[in-house]
Design a protein around this ligand. Sequence first.
Ligand code: FES
Ligand code: FES
Length: 157
Amino acid sequence: MVEPRSIELHINGETHVVSPHTGHTLLHVLRSTLFLTGTKLGCNQGVCGACTVLRNGVPARACLTLARECDEEEITTIEGVAPDGKLSAVQEAFIKVAAPQCGFCIPGMVLVATALLGENPTPDQGEIREALSGNLCRCTGYVKIAEAIELVAEQAV
Ligand code: FES
Ligand code: FES
């Protein structure tokens, strides 16, 4: 049997050499090979956004992304948002306004917010809601999540 070829994933600033099978998704490799379980498995079909990571800085659904497509790419997961154990401004704001309820959607929400604020430090409510529109929160915490992002935007002014 032919062994799967190796690829290099640059995840949260560290290089991981892995050998995923052809059909293995990035989500599978993150959670089951590298045990980076902060990235959540929700619908597993591209609908909920729970599996959102940043792929070269852009939000991507890890459940729809084949791991092999990410060879040599920069991947940021929720574990990489607070690398030294210090919460990011986005995470601080989520806590401050009590945005997380069960927390399941929050890693994806934080990464979407991080990408949005990196591109546009002062988004308005419309832009915030547009950015969040692909991420579902079954606890219906959208108002607080949008409020948290607005708080970070206000601090940037
Ligand atoms: S688990 Fe990937 S979009 Fe739902
Ligand atoms: S906080 Fe529970 S799914 Fe969003």
